[in-house]
Design a protein around this ligand. Structure first.
Ligand code: ASP
Ligand code: MG
Length: 606
């Protein structure tokens, strides 16, 4: 007999008939010999309706009263579902977040879970009852016992946190789609259902997965080793398993806030090859990495910076033993990479043999803009100059000089409270799992809500990235991709580099204001904004140590004549910025290139 947590979203409990159907499914699960805890959302669009009511009364309602209001939606559905179960002869009891001991911060409308005291649930289960729990809500740990909510979409988080606290065998998320798809089927009609995905991959695909599964829920599943399954409420199909390496006995204390970063990783076996001044037109990255892949060389970080005039810099890292070969490939194609502008020099190759890469990893950095900034500040204070930066949803990597790595690691472990004994010296936190079984690419995503900002001529000295990103973070601006150019330009005797990054479109104005404000003080040049960009990404655990994946992506884009404006990679993700109007075409091309397309038609609600 096992303990199962089942979560049903708003659509699944949208009507009386649907609530009765859910009750039947729950009863069947009990009949198979399992103990069941059910977490439900508010019926249908109830929460949206409540938000609208509040807005009709107040343009800026108090967040405390919003929580009082919004938490009622779930209370309706738990009572009705419990009644429906009792009607079937199945003993059941409904409980609010407070009653099951979901203790949160006192941050109204966006509280994170601090702890769960599941004794009452356990007692009810022993009595043979199905426990029906209100998702999305908790209670503050202050003496006032304030009702809090976890933020929109928060009932996934409630379900997975409860599953962790109860040590449930599985947490099933029932929804109105059949599981996790290889990409958004509204953009790519031949998207397919995945059988399995890892939590790390799911988090990197956050922009794609958010609608089906809240990233905070994935984060908890990953940290506590909860087995997650996403499946349809309407069928008996098995859905998609979201798996994580099991982590033993992590304390429930500080459940959602304890560790924004849970590993510091070091890879000392890196060497860098940079091609400076390559022409900015489609197909260049495809050619370069196509040649590299032909030599069977495994590329790790790839970075392409913003163009200056009409040329780009492309830099990548390989293991030190591959450097000679990689350099030869770059030298061989450099002479042919002449810009159309005859006045410009031909591309130039630069190598650095002794490099290291330090990374911080952790799902907890999602939505916390200060984390990357804290890394840069920590490195700056330790006097470490950052040569390349590459970021993804759950990881920030910096290429630094080999001689700096002891100092860098020591400082980062101290700053993020990581015991250096747990230092992950392998290049990937995913090493617990065998990569051989993983497809190189599991899914593809398109993010059209980003804008690109570039800060020109940033003085090249430790601490500049730290200052810029700390100031942005202090104003609540979350930065996604960050890239620092390879080429140093001399401006009035000072060496400078450009830094480019992407932010959510809604943050453009704030980011611009902050950057303009600090321009004189920090001594950088122009700030450029391009809102008309899209980010297309591929994610897969199997791309680790497998040559040719990046080349394949760049080639797919080149065949469509799509120009790549920026490239950034992490171990399990490659992202390219393209112009916004080519975004969907880029996604389709990449999805097809990795064989993700299929003939099964997946129905999804509009
Ligand atoms: N009812 C809440 C919302 O609509 C929580 C949830 O459904 O996950 O955001
Ligand atoms: Mg949801």
């Amino acid at each position: 007999m096992s303990l199962i947590v089942q979560k049903y979203g708003g659509t699944s409990v949208g009507t009386v008939e649907r609530i009765q159907a859910v009750a039947k499914r729950v009863q069947q699960t009990v009949a198979q010999g399992h103990s069941v805890v059910v977490v439900v959302s508010a019926m249908g669009k109830t929460t949206d309706g409540l938000v609208k009511l509040a807005q009709d009364i107040s343009a800026q309602p108090s967040r405390r009263e919003m929580d009082m209001l919004l938490s009622t939606g779930e209370q309706v559905s738990i009572a009705l579902l419990s009644m429906a179960l009792q009607e079937l002869g199945q003993p059941a009891i409904s409980l609010t977040g407070a009653q099951v001991g979901i203790v949160t911060e006192a941050e109204h409308t966006r509280a994170r879970i601090l702890n769960i005291a599941p004794e009452r649930v356990e007692r009810c289960l022993l009595d043979g009852k199905v426990v029906v729990v209100a998702g999305f809500q908790g209670i503050s740990n202050s003496t006032d016992l304030e009702i809090t909510t976890l933020g929109r979409g928060g009932s996934d988080t409630s379900a997975v946190a409860l599953a962790a606290a109860l040590r449930a065998d599985v947490c099933e998320i029932y929804t109105d789609v059949p599981g996790i798809l290889t990409t958004d089927p509204r953009l790519v009609p031949d998207a397919q259902l995945m059988d399995e995905i890892t939590c790390d991959e799911m988090l990197e695909l956050a922009s794609l997965g958010a609608k089906v599964l809240h990233p905070r829920a994935v984060e908890i599943a990953r940290n506590y080793g909860v087995m997650l399954v996403v499946r349809s409420s309407w069928t008996d199909e098995p859905g998609t398993r979201v798996v994580s390496p099991f982590k033993e006995g992590r304390s429930l204390e500080g459940l959602e806030i304890a560790h924004p970063v849970d590993a510091v990783e070091l890879d000392t076996n890196q060497a860098k090859v940079a091609l400076l001044r390559v022409p900015d037109h489609p197909g260049i990255a495809a050619r370069l990495f196509g040649e590299i892949a032909l030599q069977d060389l495994d590329v790790d970080l790839v970075i392409q910076s913003i163009h200056e005039g009409n040329t780009n810099d492309i830099a990548f890292t390989v293991t030190q033993s591959s450097l000679k070969q990689a350099e030869a490939v770059a030298e061989a194609i450099a002479p042919s990479l002449r810009s159309h502008d005859a006045a410009l020099d031909e591309a130039e190759v630069m190598v650095q043999a002794q490099m290291a890469k330090v990374s911080i990893a952790g799902a907890g950095m999602i939505g916390r803009p200060g984390v990357a900034a804290q890394m840069f500040t920590t490195l700056a204070k330790a006097g470490v100059n950052i040569q390349m930066i590459s970021t993804s949803e759950v990881k920030v990597s910096c290429a630094i000089a080999r001689d700096d790595c002891d100092r860098a690691v020591e400082a980062l472990c101290a700053a993020f409270h990581i015991a250096s004994s747990t230092l992950d010296a392998s290049p990937s936190s995913t090493s617990a799992l065998p990569d051989a079984d993983f497809p190189p690419v599991r899914g593809a995503a398109l993010d059209r809500n980003q804008a690109r900002l570039a800060v020109r001529s940033v003085p090249d000295r430790p601490g500049m990235a730290a200052q810029i990103f700390t100031r942005l973070a202090n104003h609540g601006v979350s930065v996604d991709m960050i890239i620092q150019s390879q080429r140093c330009r001399l401006l009035d005797g000072t060496a400078t580099r450009d830094i480019a990054f992407t932010v959510a479109q809604s943050d453009i104005e704030m980011a611009q204001t902050v950057l303009k404000n600090d321009q004189a003080e920090l001594g950088y040049g122009e700030v450029l904004v391009d809102p008309a960009i899209a980010k297309v990404s591929v994610v897969g655990m199997g791309m680790v140590h497998r040559p040719g994946v990046a080349a394949k992506m760049f080639q797919a884009l080149a065949r469509q004549g799509i120009n790549i404006q920026m490239i950034a990679t992490s171990e399990i993700k490659i992202s390219c910025l393209v112009s916004e109007d080519e975004g969907v075409q880029a996604l389709q091309a990449v999805h097809a290139a990795f064989g993700l397309s299929g003939s099964q038609r997946i129905q999804v609600p509009a």
